[in-house]
Ligand binder design. Structure first.
Ligand code: ZN
Ligand code: ZN
Length: 356
């Protein structure tokens, strides 16, 4: 049983391709893909682009301060550089107090463990995967596999929802995988994380179809948050068809058809600076109010999305025992105003200072 019912997402890396540190990317961030998801007492990390490096530092510091142990589920969408290049520098992997459960797709002909091992092999890196002192399990995740997290220290269970129908207690975290071999070179795995009746879907590195990717739309149906690839403008897309990335219009199309509550655009083009992203954010917001661009967040510079505490909302989230269900909080940068979905951003003073 978790000691908290929070469901939070923090972006630690929002770039596609390669890291782009520098004065032109300070507001949205320059690290490649990495998300921290907190569901109850569970810590889930999605992808290990360079964003996992500062996340790892934060986790290691907290671990040292509290003399604690860490149990992490690391989900890999695919093994292109921008989704694994930070892994060798992930500080908690160098601690015997860390248990690292890693799941990702089998990439023909190599499995995930082999790809990670090769990425750390001499002469590319001085420490091999086998030398890492953390407790480590690496597993393959297949289409419609579901990872089940019960107690925070328990080993994740994997079942396939096409063969089994799980009956699980409400406190369980369920993560379902959808494989797509056609919407991105080498294939991609989408993840849907569900916790206490709320859902978050991560769909990066995917190219849209005319009429929308119906498989993904069904997968994301009713999610409270969809995080979708939006690397390209329509103009750029004309010369990059088949590269496996979407325009923000494609992402909005999926979000609308799936009926998601919130849509975040990510995998920002490494060629786009903060001003370019501001322009995309403005255009996307005009087309679909409430949509926002993912923004590298640190606790002091993040905004929080939380539901407006209206009576109807409280009623709809009340449990038989009278306690409120958890809400999905999203660490992200945004505007302090209500959205159509009934959510609002709370600016922190630090962020206001940075925005000036
Ligand atoms: Zn990518
Ligand atoms: Zn990719």
């Amino acid at each position: 049983m978790s000691t908290t019912n929070r469901f939070e997402v923090t972006f630690w890396g929002v770039r596609g391709g390669y890291p782009v540190p520098g004065p032109g990317t300070v507001r949205y961030g320059g690290n490649t893909t990495c998300l921290e998801v907190r569901a109850g007492d569970h810590l889930i990390i999605i992808d290990s682009g360079t964003g996992i490096v500062p996340l790892g530092r934060k986790l290691s510091d907290a671990m040292a301060e509290n003399d604690d142990r860490l149990n992490i589920l690391l989900l890999i969408t695919h093994t292109h550089h921008d989704h694994i290049q930070g892994f060798p520098f992930f500080a908690p992997a160098y601690s015997a107090g860390t248990t690292l459960n890693i799941f990702g797709p089998k990439l023909f002909p190599s499995d995930l463990e082999e790809v990670l091992r090769r990425s750390m092999m001499s002469p590319r890196f001085p420490v091999s995967l086998d030398e890492l002192p953390c407790n480590r399990r690496i597993g393959i995740i297949r289409d419609r596999d579901m990872i089940i997290l019960t107690e925070p220290d328990a080993v994740p269970q994997v079942i396939n929802v096409l063969r089994e129908e799980p009956s699980l207690p409400g406190d369980t975290v369920r993560i379902t995988a959808l494989r797509s071999l056609t919407s991105h070179p080498d294939g991609i795995t989408f993840y849907r994380v569900e916790y206490q009746g709320r859902a978050m879907v991560f769909a990066s590195d995917t190219e849209g179809y005319i009429g929308g990717n119906q498989q993904l739309i069904r997968f994301a149906k009713g999610a409270h948050l969809l995080i979708h690839d939006a690397e390209l403008t329509e103009e750029e897309y004309m010369s990059r068809q088949g590269w496996g990335h979407s325009t923000w219009q494609m992402a909005c199309d999926v979000g609308r058809q799936a009926g998601v509550e919130r849509l975040a655009l990510t995998h920002h083009n490494a060629m786009h600076d903060d001003d370019d992203l501001d322009a995309i954010a403005e255009a996307a917001d005009a087309a679909m109010p409430g949509v926002f661009l993912a923004h590298e967040g640190r606790p002091s510079t993040c905004a929080t999305i939380s539901p407006i505490p209206s009576p109807s909302r409280i009623l709809s989230h009340a449990t038989p025992g009278g306690a409120r269900r958890p809400v999905l909080c999203l660490q992200a940068r945004g505007l302090a105003r209500p959205s159509k979905a009934g959510c609002y951003f709370q600016r922190t003073p630090q962020m206001d200072e940075i925005d000036v």
